[in-house]
Design a protein around this ligand. Structure first.
Ligand SMILES: Cc1ncc(C[n+]2csc(CCOP(=O)(O)OP(=O)(O)O)c2C)c(N)n1
Ligand SMILES: [Mg+2]
Length: 679
């Protein structure tokens, strides 16, 4: 789109500044009404937003989820009122009542933007730095889908990713990880507008942020457009034109702005960052801006100049026509594109998955579960071209690269494998962006112990109810000699605590395949697959037991009748429970073994099923997991015992460590005997 404003004459159209002032007024008034919030950024970036949304963003407010729309991410999410204002003004179904109810219970205008695709909120932002990484993921998704689906004369995937960022995002380390990779991958349709206002919460950033941002981004391989006056519409438009002109490199537009622009008493100071301006200051600001309308009222001329519905409908229609022709000329690609746009699993998916699981069962192989994960990936990936993934420089350890993996490079995005480099946090947030974009199902791997580096991206995936599959190998002291820096103990337990997250710690090849299937089918949140480095024995099961794996926990071995004791174990410790149960069986003790690969999923089962697996009356229970005991007491009960480790491991061969920390058949049997006699 050109920087000309089509369909209106200069005479009838309010000046850019007046249009931008609508954002300023709505923002300061909503923050004032809520008695909390951040007016400074929306007031400072209003002129940039006005130019961008009125002249450049390709979108249709009447159909916010139109697939080929431009994506927009507000990485400096504290400026949420800017986004809400723009969405309201351009004609999204975000009403003035919602703006009046900014930050109130039940409103759709949360303190920080929360992903709501039907409203045009593309991502949940606020944790600084992650939005820009999400945007990198979205731009990568666009480039990858374009490389897969576009045909000569049919650029059916052809949109930009815009991102607003502040000093905070650029100070955060994740912006380095993500932007460095964006340069290497040549994400030329990613355009970042930097709110270079010299202010963050503690005051003037000159005291703590003196990087040469221009040189920094140039070093990443970005096009940098420096020193743009962020309050001059023509300068902003010229910069955006230049950014759009470079389709090889991502662009950073550095806009000099004044935080709290328009507020005579607070502009240019941290005082406008995160607090209401106050009634008197708002009055003074109204006078300064020449804004006469009362709070939450927008003059008709301004509202209609902002209204993007007609232009949006035209944009979408153009695409719909193109796509209709594509359907005719490329029917097979179009059918696949339709499926991917709608996020549907391929036809016959269930049967394919079932037969893959049956094959793994028939092979009855003893394998490390990381190897089992690769087997599952190889079985599932050929039917799921939407799978896109990679590893943070641990491909050979995480075994995330299946036989159909093809590297995505700067010059060729048609592949499905991303070498993320040593960038766990960005990898995870970029995968969130891939998922947010749609059309792709992301997965990514690293050592479980480094999930901490990525932690907040996992939390955001959970909060957004976003599918994202985290492949975490080397899951315990079982990794051995690399020692306690690399041996997770608290990670599995702590990942289970995140709402909407599903954590699986499978014990063998079959459980791993079922866990992968569940991860692929779970569309309303992320999954962690917790996998062993070391080999684990295959467990035999009947058909019913295989089906029950998907319920998170099931009876793997039973003695008939009411058990004298129940073992509950996960992953590498399951085999110990089986052996201990056999030994106790020889002594006439009726021991049940419950395999519990996913506590989260088991918690979702009916009370009846949970009671069937863990009958309340059987209080003699022993839990076994090579990790912290936290979280297990609800299954152990007050009369049970937990064999875990509430300490760090040590550097030594794995079998020695398991023995040392009590993960031996002898110890399990002896603890079980104590529990039985105490019950
Ligand atoms: C990861 C993270 N750390 C800290 C915060 C709290 N916080 C919110 S805004 C902000 C300052 C951001 O400065 P800048 O991006 O320059 O915003 P401006 O004041 O210019 O609007 C901080 C520290 C946060 N939201 N996320
Ligand atoms: Mg700032």
């Amino acid at each position: 789109m050109s920087s000309e404003i089509s369909g209106t004459t200069a005479a009838s159209r309010p000046a850019r500044r007046e249009l931008a002032n609508a954002i300023r007024a709505l923002s300061m008034d909503a923050v004032q009404a809520a008695n909390s919030g951040h007016p400074g950024m929306p007031m400072g970036m209003a002129d940039i937003a006005e130019v961008l949304w009125n002249d450049y963003v390709k979108h249709n407010p009447a159909n916010p989820e139109w697939f080929d729309r431009d994506r927009f991410v507000l990485s400096n999410g504290h400026g949420s009122m800017l986004l809400y204002s723009v969405l309201h003004l351009t004609g999204y179904p975000l009403t003035m009542d919602e703006i009046r109810n900014f930050r109130q219970l039940g409103s759709r205008t949360a303190g920080h933007p929360e992903r709501e695709a039907e409203l045009g909120i593309e991502s949940t932002t606020g944790p600084l730095g992650q939005g820009i990484a999400n945007a990198v993921g979205m731009a990568l998704a666009e480039k990858s889908l374009a490389a897969t689906f576009n045909q000569p004369g049919f650029d059916i995937v052809d949109h930009r990713t815009w991102v607003f960022t502040g000093d905070g995002c650029l100070m955060e380390g994740i912006s380095h990880e993500a932007c460095s990779l964006a340069g290497t991958l040549k994400l030329g349709k990613l355009i970042c507008l930097y709110d270079d206002n010299g202010i963050s919460i503690d005051g003037e950033v000159a005291g703590w942020f003196t990087d040469d941002t221009v040189k920094r981004f140039e070093a990443y391989g970005w096009q940098v457009i420096a020193d743009v006056d962020g309050h001059d519409g023509n300068a902003i438009a010229a910069a955006i034109d230049a950014a759009q002109g470079d389709t090889e490199r991502p662009s950073l537009i550095c806009c000099k702005t004044v935080i709290g622009f328009g507020s005579p008493g607070k502009r240019g100071t941290a005082g406008s960052h995160g607090a209401p301006l106050g009634a008197d200051e708002i009055e003074a600001t109204r006078a300064e801006l020449g804004w006469d309308s009362p709070p939450f009222e927008i003059p008709e001329a301004i509202l209609s100049a902002w209204d993007a519905r007609e232009r949006g409908a035209d944009c979408e229609k153009e695409w719909t026509d193109l796509y209709a022709n594509y359907r005719v000329t490329h029917p097979e690609l179009a059918a696949e594109f339709d499926r991917r746009m709608h996020g549907e699993l391929p036809q016959g998916w269930r049967e394919i998955a079932e037969s893959a699981i049956a094959e793994v069962d028939a092979a009855a192989a003893d394998k490390a579960t990381r190897q089992a994960s690769l087997i599952a990936l190889n079985a599932f990936a050929p039917t799921l071209p939407e799978l896109i993934g990679g590893s943070a420089d641990l491909t050979g350890s995480n075994l995330t690269r299946h036989d159909g993996s093809i590297d995505i490079t700067g010059d060729d995005a048609a592949g499905n494998y991303i070498n993320f480099g040593v960038r766990e946090f960005a990898m995870s947030a970029i995968c969130n962006g891939l998922g947010l974009h749609g059309g792709l199902t992301p997965y990514c791997g690293t050592f479980l112990t480094f999930s901490d580096y990525a932690r907040n991206a996992l939390r955001m995936a959970s909060l957004m109810r976003l599918q994202n599959i985290f492949v975490y190998t080397h899951d315990s002291i079982g990794l051995g000699e690399d020692g306690p820096t690399h041996q997770p103990v608290e990670h599995t337990a702590s990942l289970r605590l995140i709402p909407n997250m599903r954590v699986w710690r499978p014990c063998d090849t079959v459980e791993t395949a079922v866990a992968w299937r569940s991860a692929i089918e779970y569309r309303d949140g992320p999954t962690c697959l917790i996998l062993s480095r070391q080999g684990l024995p295959f467990q035999s099961r009947d058909k019913n037991q295989i089906e029950n794996i998907a319920k998170g926990a099931y009876i793997l071995r039973d003695a008939g009748g009411t058990p004298d004791i129940i073992f509950v174990a996960t992953g590498s410790e399951l085999a110990l429970a089986v052996e201990a149960a056999e030994r106790l069986g020889e002594e006439g003790v009726a021991a049940r073994v419950v395999s519990m690969p996913s506590t989260n999923v088991f918690d979702l089962q009916s009370e009846e099923y949970r009671e069937e697996v863990l009958p309340g009356k059987v209080t003699a229970r022993v839990i076994i997991e090579a990790g912290v005991t936290a979280g297990w007491s609800r299954f152990a009960g007050s009369a049970g015992a937990i064999i875990g480790m509430d300490c760090f491991g040590q550097s030594a061969p794995a079998p020695k460590l398991f023995d040392y920390y009590g993960f031996s058949v002898d110890n399990v049997v002896s603890v079980a005997r104590q529990v039985i006699s105490a019950n």
